[in-house]
Design a binder for this molecule. Structure first.
Ligand SMILES: [Zn+2]
Length: 204
């Protein structure tokens, strides 16, 4: 499977590919997670809640961060047609077989484990980071007690935003697990220093 193929414009669009597989007798083997109205990775079911904001199914599939992945690789003569293209998340695309026999892809998909949604993965990553920073959880609890849930959430968001800006300067693009821990530790200190105060423009 070509690693560059997701960017090419001479391929069918994602909605065309989704519609093809929705009507294919091979759907169960090559697109077991496919739901035509709701974009997701054919192999693991991963999806993003934000993709669903578009009004039409075509718009939703277009907004989905999924690669168009060849079943038979283009380097081995596989065509860029809907019957040879699957919509996969980046992780599945990278893990999937580059092999001339389509059966190998079907077997690989059958073994693929379900992946939680994008937003759920993000939440779980922050939850795991918070487990390593007890002072953040304590700070959060005291802010909730002092201000109530809505105001505490507003203040924490403002503080977190400021820590994100700092991480961007130091760590570049992408938030690693270690960076999440550093952001929470820094946010806990800042919240205690400033009593939870945040800049007026920090509201989300
Ligand atoms: Zn996937």
């Amino acid at each position: 499977m070509s690693r560059q193929s997701g960017q090419r414009t001479d391929m069918p669009d994602k909605w065309t590919i989704a519609r093809y597989w929705a009507g294919s007798p091979e759907r169960e083997r090559f697109a077991p997670w496919l739901v035509p109205d709701r974009p997701c990775c054919f192999a693991c079911g991963w999806f993003g809640e934000k993709w669903e904001k578009a009004a039409t199914a075509k718009g939703r599939w277009g907004a989905a961060r999924l690669d168009r992945a060849h079943i038979v690789p283009d380097s081995l003569g596989g065509p860029a047609t809907a019957d040879n293209l699957l919509l996969l998340c980046k992780r599945c695309h990278e893990d999937s077989p580059d092999w001339p026999d389509p059966e190998e892809m079907a077997r690989w998909i059958a073994r693929r484990e379900e992946r939680p949604s994008r937003e759920m993965e993000t939440f779980m990553a922050w939850f795991a980071a918070a487990e390593e920073v007890p002072e953040f959880k304590e700070t959060l609890a005291s802010l909730f007690e002092r201000y109530g849930a809505d105001e505490a959430a507003r203040r924490v968001k403002g503080i977190m935003r400021a820590q994100f800006d700092q991480a961007g300067t130091h760590f570049g693009i992408g938030i690693s697990p270690g960076t999440r821990v550093a952001i929470l530790r820094s946010a806990a200190v800042r919240a205690l220093d400033g009593g939870g105060a945040c800049a007026p423009d920090a509201e989300l």
